[in-house]
Every structure is written in C-alpha cells, then in structure tokens.
Ligand binder design. Structure first.
Ligand code: GLN
Length: 565
C-alpha cells in the first residue's frame, strides 16, 4: 500500500458511451468503495459538461435531485452515490461544471491574471480543468474522476482533452482510463451487438484517449466471444473487458465488480500497491438484502415523478430496510391527484407510512396537505422533510387551530397569516442580522450543515440517541416564531431548535405514535452500512403499523392496535 501513498496520487478517469445514464456514477462510487476496502485513500470527483454553474437551478424532473454537501454546495445526484458507497463526504470541490470552469477563467481574465494573453480553450480552459482535478490529490492515493455526459457530446471535448493531457504529464502507470459502454441486446435475434460500443471507443480514440479497461454494461452475461471481439476492435486486452451486469439492488454492485476482477485489474495497473480487499461490510449488506423477506410500503407524496427526483430519500429508506432486513417498497403519489380528502384517504389506505419530501413551488401543495391531515388523523407514521415540515405546520394551523388562511410566503405573499416565511419577513432587524451572519447566508438560501439541539425525552431524542446533531439544509423559508404558541396549543412539540433557539428544526406531535417533521434533509447522510437513525425509527414505526394491519377487520382496529402496542 505504501507505494501508492505520498505525493503521487493515481488518477482513474471514467467515461461513458452509447447511451447516457450508462451507470458511470454508481460504477465510480463502487470502484471508490472497493479501493477503500483495499486500504487506499480515495477522492471521488465529477466533471460535468453542462453550462449551468451548479445543479441548484436545474429541475429535478430533468436532472434528478439536487444533492447538498456539508459545505453547502448544490450538486449532482452522483455525489450522493459517491458518499453512500465510499462513506467519504464530498464538498464543493467534488464537482465542476463547464459553467464554473468558464466563470473562473473569465474572472481571472477580468482581473488581469493572464497578462494580455488571448484566452483559448487550450490551454486556458483545459488548465483550469486540470487544476481542479488535481486539487486535494496530494493527500490521497487515488483520484477517481467521472466525466459526465456521453463520449461524443460537444460540451465534453475540453474535459477529454484535459484528461488526455494529464495522462501525458503523469505517465501511464499513474493514470487509468476506464470506459463504460452499453452492450445492445437485440431481443428478436437473441443476440448481443457490440457495434455501438466499438463506435463509442472510436470516438474516445479520436480525442486521443485509449481506454485501458472497457466495462460492458447490460442485462445479459458477456460471452467469451463477445469479450474477444471487443478486445480486438477496441484495442483492450480481453482480461480488461469487464462485465458490468445490472443488479437487482445497487448495493450488490461493489461485490459484483469485485467478483469480475475490477479492483484487482485497477490495482494491477498501478503496480499492486494495495492490500487485499476487506469486503465484510458489503457482504453483510448483501446477506441482509438476501434475507429480507417481508415487505413494508412507504407512500411518498411529492410532485416530481421519476425515482431520481427524490433519490437520496429512496436510498435512505432502502438503507433502513437493509438494516432491518425488510423489503422497503416505495409507492409514489403525485400530490396533484389528491383532489379531495376522500381521494387522499382512499389512495393512501394501502400504505404503512407516509413521507412528504422536500419541494419547491405551489404545485401539488394542497394534495400534500391532505396527505398530512390523513396521517395525523389516522395515526399513520409520518415523516415530513423540509417542505414536509413547513406543510405540517400549515396543516395544524388550518385544521386544528382554525387559522384557515395560514400559509407560506412561497405560495401566497399577500396572505395575512404567514406561518412559514423568509426570516426577514418575521424576525426583528437586529435578530435577523445576527441570524443571517450565523447561518452564513450570502444568498437567500440556508445551505449546508447546521447544528440542532434536541429536546430530551422527545421522539427525535430517542431516535438519534443524542441531544446535539448536525444535518444538511437547503431552503429559503422558516417557521415563523410568532406562531409557536398557537402550534403548541394545537399539539405540536418543537423537539429540535437551532442552537440559539431561534429557528425550528424538528417538530413532532404529542397525540401521535410517530409523527415527525424536520426542516433539514436527513436523507443526505444515510449510508447503506450506517442507515440514518430517523429513517430507521420511521421504518420501525411503519413495520409496527403494517403488523397491526394483519388480521384487523377495519381501520379502527388498526388504530386501536397501534395505540395499544
Ligand atoms: N421550498 C421550501 C423552502 O425553500 C422548502 C425547500 C425544500 O423542501 N428543500 O424553504
């Protein structure tokens, strides 16, 4: 292992071809997990060719969720995979986009840093990319760097050029190119077709990059013939043509790549400088997945369809399932479909717990409020996240306290009862200044990790088994403290507050077996080998609820069972 350390980090560059979403993110994350299991210090990094400066403004329906790092960067969902698989926290340097690269270069140009030079893609843009890739690499053994997009995209060219140059600079033995290509299967012929993969390798070669390892993604096993054909046409040794078959659970993927020799090929290339892989943690995960028999169903009420929009939430639920050896099924409900209390009740009657995740904008809010009402009244376990907490507050004020126009200024700025609003809309000036300073709020969003003090004896306290926690935030609006008293009268318990006591972080209900909502995003910190305590407790409550449903003749009996358990 020692030969890998020191100032000479190795670089692994991961590209993808044939189709987008070929699995580069999970592949890079799995490779990170495997190299870490071999005792290497790993840094995972992504280069994203799109022009947005970060992912904060991209619609989740189009690009998947916005993943938030501890230091408050709004990033691509692949960073979530990196953290979950490698257990290593990412930060704002873990990703760079074309937009950010150009922004940096243009600011340097405006500052006069280039002393009268003409600024060009090569060398200025490529130098900026290379500088970013090398950042922090002195302290690690291997940098795994994923290039977003698909080989052949116009936007990706400067990134390919930059990594080509790095290979020249650091030498072959410190740099490895891995290309993932989808191997097409033609159902009518029952045959695998390698031509698109060959073309994607050609495209890479046109940019001056010869892959060292070719990972063949697909649903079908790779035959020896196919491997040899790809080896011949793509100029890769047959042993470096590696199968990357789909797995039924993504947390089985590190083991499947290990089984086909991925980490030993990578380490072999770098001079076998690591110890053997200790994969005990991943084997435990695989065993638990195999032993999970019984289902429990969580209803997620949101507005964006598509799994990726709430990816970390789904993963966090799955981690609790792995921990509890329980198959956690997620049923997604579009809040817009809940056009009356009855529809919501009917549609949600099959689930064992309800989760309202984060969100922005007005669409589907009424339906989410109906789902919360249903969970509260029927004692169905409920977890609200970020917008989910804000709506739980509004629901309580409207339906228990009779403040029928309670709202958030996000949805109705002119409303009289702004129970949820920007702090400048309800906090006194001097307090607000201090608060903004403490929250380090440059823009309008509260972003990144903040501490939260938890009330002793509360449900949150029991779940976390701690009185002080830190969680990641991404929101503009906060619960208006002027409504705290009314909310307490309506049965709301403020079980988590910012350390200065000024901001509401966690609420729960005293009249409900498991009703909890948080202003932060706990899902970002859950790991397959360390499920998040709130999610574990929530899934526990869902399992209890599910057990009560067995044998109950009607809803009243379920409720009675939940109450008496
Ligand atoms: N839209 C809400 C806010 O900005 C909630 C954000 C979220 O759920 N992440 O405060």
């Amino acid at each position: 292992m020692s030969r890998c350390s020191g100032k000479s980090a190795r670089f692994v560059f991961v590209t993808g071809g044939v189709v987008s979403s070929v699995g580069k993110g999970i592949f890079s994350a799995s490779l990170g997990a495997l190299l870490k299991a071999r005792g290497l210090r790993v840094l995972l990094r992504k280069l994203d060719p799109y022009i947005n400066v970060d992912s904060g403004t991209i619609r989740p329906g189009q690009h998947g969720e916005v993943f938030v790092t501890n230091d408050g960067a709004e990033t691509d969902l692949d960073l979530g995979h990196y953290e979950r698989f490698s257990g290593i926290d990412t930060n704002r340097d873990s990703v760079i986009t074309t937009g950010r690269v150009y922004m940096n270069v243009i600011s340097k140009e405006r500052r006069g840093d280039y002393l009268g030079q003409t600024i060009q893609v090569i060398p200025h843009i490529t130098d900026e990319i290379k500088e970013h890739i090398a950042k922090g690499s002195d302290d690690v053994d291997v940098v795994i760097c994923e290039i977003g997009g698909t080989v052949g995209d116009i936007e990706g060219l400067p990134f390919l050029e930059a990594i080509r140059q790095i290979r020249n600079e650091v030498g072959e033995d410190r740099c490895l190119f891995i290309h993932l290509a989808w191997i097409v299967y033609l159902e009518n012929l029952k045959e695998l077709k390698t031509k698109p993969a060959q073309h994607s390798v050609k495209e890479l070669q046109r940019a001056g990059i010869q892959p060292d390892i070719l990972v063949c993604r697909g649903d079908m096993p790779l035959t020896r013939d196919i491997k040899e054909k790809l080896s011949l046409f793509c100029n890769v040794s047959p042993d470096d043509v590696i199968e990357g078959k789909n797995a039924s659970n993504i947390y089985e993927i590190p083991l499947t790549y290990h089984a086909v020799g991925l980490d030993s090929r990578v380490c072999g290339h770098f001079g076998n400088c690591s110890s053997d892989a200790d994969l005990g943690e991943w084997e435990n995960i695989a065993n638990n997945i195999r032993e999970s028999m019984d289902n429990v169903t969580i209803g997620v009420v949101g507005k964006y369809s598509g799994m990726d929009s709430y990816r970390s939430v789904f993963e966090a639920l799955s981690h609790s399932g792995i921990f509890k050896k329980r198959k956690v099924l997620v049923e997604f409900f579009d809040g817009e479909k809940f056009d009356s209390d009855n529809t919501a009740a009917e549609m949600l009657s099959s689930v064992d717990a309800i989760l309202v995740p984060g969100g922005f904008g007005k669409r589907a809010v009424d339906g989410k409020l109906r789902a919360i009402k249903f969970a509260r009244e029927n004692k169905v376990p409920f977890l609200g996240i970020c917008l989910g907490l804000q709506l739980a507050v509004i629901e309580a004020l409207r339906n228990i306290s009779g403040v029928s126009d309670a709202n958030s200024s996000e949805f109705d700025e002119s409303c009289k009862n702004l129970a949820v609003a920007r702090i400048e809309e309800w906090m006194s000036d001097d307090k607000m200044k201090k608060c903004m300073e403490r929250l380090n709020m440059g823009g309008t969003m509260r972003l990144g990790a903040f501490s939260c003090a938890i009330k002793e004896g509360s449900l949150a306290n029991r779940a976390y088994n701690s009185c002080l926690i830190s969680e990641r935030h991404r929101h503009r609006y906060e619960v208006n403290n002027n409504y705290r008293k009314k909310l307490e009268e309506a049965g709301v318990v403020f079980s988590g507050l910012s350390v200065d006591g000024e901001l509401v972080e966690i609420i729960e209900r005293e009249d409900h077996p498991w009703f909890l909502a948080v202003q932060f995003h706990p899902e970002f910190k859950s790991r397959p080998f360390a499920a998040h305590p709130l999610f574990i407790s929530f899934v526990d409550a869902a399992c209890e609820f599910c057990a009560c449903k067995v044998g109950a003749k009607n809803y009243a009996e379920v409720l009675n069972c939940v109450r008496t358990r």
